[in-house]
Structures are given as structure tokens and as C-alpha cells.
Write a protein that binds this ligand. Structure first.
Ligand SMILES: Cc1cc2nc3c(=O)[nH]c(=O)nc-3n(C[C@H](O)[C@H](O)[C@H](O)COP(=O)(O)OP(=O)(O)OC[C@H]3O[C@@H](n4cnc5c(N)ncnc54)[C@H](O)[C@@H]3O)c2cc1C
Length: 390
């Protein structure tokens, strides 16, 4: 068996992007194994490329630009020009504006299926990426210079670097001998697309409600993507409403800021189980994407954080003769630690922070929002971090 290049298990947003980034950074060949079909002629339908939309930060857009994917992405994405953050029942409102950061946009919102379509087609355009989909790994055996993977058809692949990108319940992570902490927070995320009465002008709205944060993100064609996270029994109640009742409830909760909502599409829910791998680098192995950290979707940071992890990993190992060398992988993990800690902490604490009801806390939160709006320094720092620019 001849030694192959890195082998990625999981061809979702993280795995597919990593394969392309590794090639971009000089990796001679990559194998990608995905359990669902990845067709080229139509958007894929997988657990990653589903009905959701993703808010991509300015930093993530830059990474996609390096791969030549920004222009086609923007054909079917909506730019975020402003973000409005508010708290139900309070006056405080903070706005982040693209112009303040001298950026053409703060980010862009894309439907996951369109992102999937672009990534999958880019994978197939590169002859040095072997896409095995639908396929799976039956067994993994550690050898002196990597792993030998047995695929579903019984064929074997040697890899000097096995990468787990197979989601929060990653089996590949287990093969690498890495455990994960998982916390079911008893909340679900509810998503749906809504139609708006007037153009949204690239405004995104994030509103902290008593029972959880709600976001409305701009989409092309006068539509917006709703993401609301709340206690499971309340999500049950929302799912049971008819469309008209659901729109009424939304209007009450979003306050006066966003444009009027005229229709709501199919609603989907996702249980929120926060996951954190106990390590992301071991000899001949790395863990990325949801398999490494599954975050609360409160600020739309999960994939954006992963993009920064992936770009750094591809840069660290892409052209290396021995990509699975522990020293190299540990250096990558170490370099990513501070950003991961900041984003993980912020996305855990933000919903709690805004939930506190005691008058004193509520007042200081309100001041916090107002201060963020009035003081350019802290707001700029916060926004730049959230956009993945520092
Ligand atoms: C409601 C919601 C909204 C979100 N919004 C945003 C946002 O706006 N911005 C943002 O940055 N992030 C957002 N996120 C986070 C984002 O969705 C995740 O970061 C992203 O899905 C991670 O992708 P992934 O490829 O690591 O994992 P997944 O999406 O879980 O994909 C894993 C892939 O591995 C495959 N797989 C699983 N097991 C195997 C196996 N044994 N063999 C082969 N293949 C396998 C699966 O089929 C799948 O394709 C949101 C999350 C949720 C829940």
C-alpha cells in the first residue's frame, strides 16, 4: 500500500472546506469520505448542507475568496451591512455598521445548500481530491506512520493524517482516542425562512428575549432567515402554531425594528448539545469543525471559528512532508487556543448575560449595549473579533 495524503472523514462544511484549503496550501492529495451522496448537478442534502443558512463573517469570506469561491457565493448570498442588537423590554440597542470598519460588508448570509453546491463542485474539479461519497469507514488501525482505514467496500487507505470532521458525535474522534465533553442545555434552535414586506437593506437583527436569543438574517429576494433558540417545551409550542400565529408571535417578540414579516416557510429544529473535544491534535490525527467544538448558535460563530481553525491547519500541514507530526499539530492547536476560548466563552455566556432579570443587572446590561453603541473603541474591538478579523 502506497502512503496517501490526509484522509478527512466527514464531507460537511468543515471537511469539504478543509480538503480545498489543504490543496490550496500545497498538499499533493487528499481523500474525503462522506456518508451521504455529494452530487454535483444539484445542491447536496446532507446533515450539514440542509435547510439552514449560515452567516459568514468577513474573515470567512476572505478565506473563500482565496479559493475563488467568493464571487459565485455572493451571487446567491445577502450582504450584512448592519447588525442591530437589542434586548426585549429594554431601550439599549447597539448597531454595527460595515462602513465603520471600512469593509464592503460585515459578512454575508448564504443558504447552506448553496454553500454545499459550491464546495462540492470545487472538490470534484480537483483531480487530486478523491471524494468517496456515499461511503464510510468500517475500521481504523494505528500503524507506525499513520492510520490504515478500511472503507465500506473493504478497500484500505493509508493516511499520514486522519482528520475527524464527522460532526458532534464523531466516530473518528473515538478512533483517535479523543473523548469529548457534551452538555445538553435543554434548548433547541428553531429555524425558518420568512418573507418581508420591504427590502431588508442588508440589516441583521439579534434580539435577546427572556427565553432565548432570536436572530433575523438577510437573505436574497426579500427574505430573511430566522434562528430562535429557546427551552424545548417552548419550541414545541412554536412548532405547533399555524403560520399566521407563528408570524404574530414573531412580530411581538422582534419589536418594532425589523421590516414586517409576511410569510413563514417550513420550520425545523435542532437540539443544542454543546460539545468540546478534550484534544484536537494527537499523533497522526486532528479534530475539526463540530467534532472539535459545537457551539450555541447565538452569534453565528460556530462555522466561522472553524474556518479560522481550518485555514490555520491547512497552512501548518498542507505542504509538510510529514503532516501528521505531533509537534506540528500541537503547535496548530496551541495557536488556535485563545480564539477558540474567546468564542466558546462568549457564545456560552451571551444568552445567560442577557437573561438576568434583576433590575440592577438588567440596567447594567442595558448600559452595556448602549455603551457598546456609543463607545467606538470597545464596539469596534468586539465587532472585529466577531467578524474574525483579529
Ligand atoms: C441552527 C444553527 C444555526 C447556525 N448558524 C451558524 C451561522 O450563522 N454561522 C456560523 O458560523 N455557524 C453557524 N452554525 C454552526 C454550523 O452549522 C456548524 O459550525 C457547522 O455545521 C459545522 O460543520 P461540520 O462539517 O463540522 O459538521 P456537520 O455539519 O455536523 O457535518 C458533519 C458531516 O460528516 C458526515 N458524517 C457523519 N458521520 C460520518 C461518518 N461516520 N462517515 C462519513 N461521514 C460522516 C455528515 O453526513 C456530515 O456531512 C449554526 C448551527 C446551528 C445548529
Amino acid at each position: 500500500m502506497t502512503p496517501d495524503g490526509p484522509l478527512i472523514v466527514g464531507g460537511g462544511m468543515a471537511g469539504a472546506l478543509l480538503a480545498l484549503l489543504l490543496r490550496h496550501h500545497g498538499c499533493p492529495s487528499v481523500t474525503l469520505v462522506e456518508s451521504h451522496p455529494l452530487p454535483t448537478e444539484a445542491p447536496p442534502e446532507t446533515p450539514s448542507f440542509d435547510a439552514r443558512s449560515t452567516a459568514l463573517s468577513a474573515g470567512s469570506l476572505r478565506v473563500l475568496e482565496q479559493l475563488g469561491l467568493l464571487a459565485p457565493l455572493l451571487e446567491r448570498a445577502a450582504s450584512i451591512n448592519e447588525v442591530h442588537v437589542s434586548r426585549q423590554g429594554r431601550l439599549g440597542l447597539t448597531r454595527m455598521l460595515a462602513g465603520e470598519h471600512r469593509l464592503p460588508r460585515l459578512g454575508a448570509v448564504v443558504e447552506n445548500r448553496w454553500l454545499g453546491y459550491l464546495l462540492v463542485n470545487a472538490l470534484y474539479r480537483d483531480d487530486a481530491i478523491e471524494v468517496r461519497a456515499p461511503d464510510g469507514v468500517q475500521a481504523a488501525r494505528r500503524v507506525s506512520d499513520g492510520y490504515v482505514m478500511t472503507l465500506n467496500d473493504g478497500s484500505e487507505r493509508h493516511t499520514p493524517l486522519l482528520i475527524a470532521a464527522d460532526g458532534a458525535n464523531s466516530r473518528t474522534r473515538d478512533w483517535l482516542g479523543i473523548t469529548a465533553r457534551q452538555q445538553d442545555i435543554g434548548h433547541d434552535a428553531l429555524i425558518a425562512n420568512v418573507a418581508v414586506a420591504e427590502p431588508h437593506q442588508g440589516r441583521a437583527f439579534e434580539r435577546f428575549l427572556d427565553d432565548g436569543p432570536m436572530a433575523l438574517l438577510p437573505l436574497p429576494d426579500q427574505r430573511m432567515a430566522l434562528v430562535w433558540t429557546g427551552p424545548r417545551d417552548q419550541v414545541d409550542a412554536w412548532m405547533a402554531l399555524d403560520d399566521e400565529q407563528a408570524l404574530d408571535a414573531l412580530h411581538q417578540r422582534m419589536g418594532a425594528a425589523p421590516p414586517a414579516l409576511t410569510a413563514i416557510g417550513e420550520r425545523h429544529r435542532y437540539p443544542l448539545v454543546l460539545t468540546e473535544a478534550c484534544a484536537q491534535a494527537v499523533p497522526f490525527g486532528a479534530v475539526v469543525g463540530n467534532a472539535a467544538h459545537t457551539l450555541h448558535p447565538v452569534a453565528g460563530q460556530g462555522f466561522n471559528l472553524s474556518v479560522r481553525d481550518l485555514a490555520a491547519l491547512a497552512e501548518a500541514v498542507g505542504a509538510a512532508a510529514h503532516p501528521g507530526e505531533l509537534a506540528r499539530l500541537s503547535q496548530w492547536q496551541q495557536a488556535r487556543r485563545a480564539d477558540q476560548a474567546w468564542v466558546t466563552r462568549a457564545s456560552r455566556q451571551l444568552p445567560e448575560w442577557f437573561r438576568v432579570r434583576q433590575p440592577l443587572f438588567a440596567h447594567s446590561r442595558q448600559l452595556g449595549l448602549l455603551a457598546l453603541d456609543l463607545l467606538p473603541g470597545p464596539r469596534r474591538d468586539f465587532a472585529r473579533r466577531a467578524m474574525g478579523l483579529q
